[in-house]
Design a protein around this ligand. Sequence first.
Ligand code: FAD
Length: 349
Amino acid sequence: MSRVLVIGNGAAGLFSSWLLARKGQEVVLVGRGTPSTSMSTGCIRTRPEGCEREMAEFLVNEHMPWAVGARAGLSKIGTPFRCWMAPSHSTWKYGEAPGSVTVVSIEGHPAIHVRIASSLLIAQGIRAEHLSLPIAVPPEVPLTAAFRSEGSWELLAKALRTTSSDAVLLPAMVPLREYGRLDALERQCGRKVLEAVTPLGPPGLRLTELMHARAAGAGVTIWDGRRVTALDIKGDTVRGATVSGGSEVKEVATDAAVIATGGPLVDGLNIKGRELDDPFGVFQVARSTDALRGGYASREGMMVRVDGRRMANAVAAGDCVYSERRDHGSGLAGALDSARMAVMALEGA
Ligand SMILES: Cc1cc2nc3c(=O)[nH]c(=O)nc-3n(C[C@H](O)[C@H](O)[C@H](O)COP(=O)(O)OP(=O)(O)OC[C@H]3O[C@@H](n4cnc5c(N)ncnc54)[C@H](O)[C@@H]3O)c2cc1C
């Protein structure tokens, strides 16, 4: 068994850790901050190219079933959204849109924009209605906190029974462990319950929590809230890293490293003027005219030092890797694919 240090707590770091741990490697994952994965809509926009089976297995969760294939849904402002894989209540099978939708708002809360959503639904040929729930929630209170009690869910079910549409569009308000409430609600109100596709909210947090649990369940040691501040490199080999968190600084030895630190948005790469730069000051970064597509260069799957030397035991995965094909806001499939490729490259090293 060899030790692998994975740096980064988003989709790429968690998936590569899970793959490695399942193959019997001793994996330590170090991550700090909120990954882009937690900011996403929690829906995988495009079909992954090389890891569909593993991805489906990785994302299995007792609380939240997934729907796979060509899917369509609605954002919290009613714009159409298409993806490949989504939590079961976020989307419908493409081409099977409901004929009518009731947009559900909560008094005083910005979680869903009723007027825009209704007018955009009509533009898509969907009959729109509006229901304002008689529950007041201050704008700064997350709906996941406001909808904890049985009473609030009963009130919601009662209100939804008065609607006549094929489907109801709710703001995103269920955490991972409560996802089953949407199934119960659907049974209680007798119509399709849809959760608005929402970035920067509960869906992305659910996705990260789920991935985190899967990696931990496979035996990965996860050091959250800590940052790798330096790498110990000798020639073409990463031998260890300095890990900082709170008042503690420790040196960790490793046999291999997966760098999955994300793009410039999460400081996985530094922006210097119009250039991207490696925060570790070691690896080559390939440029793109688009900062969100630039990232670590690789040669035959391994990272490359600034002096051109190909690393023997370091790979990169996810948004920190150069990819001219990455679309903004659609990187989850690419992050998972590149994590799988990174693990394969390490295995072949
Ligand atoms: C608002 C928004 C919405 C999006 N919506 C979608 C969507 O609907 N569908 C989709 O497919 N994609 C979406 N994306 C893109 C997708 O979220 C990203 O492409 C994907 O999550 C990248 O995963 P990653 O693991 O490479 O990086 P991240 O998820 O960003 O994880 C990298 C982590 O590493 C940490 N880190 C960095 N340096 C260090 C260090 N030295 N030590 C320790 N930790 C470190 C970072 O802080 C970060 O937490 C969205 C992105 C955003 C911003």
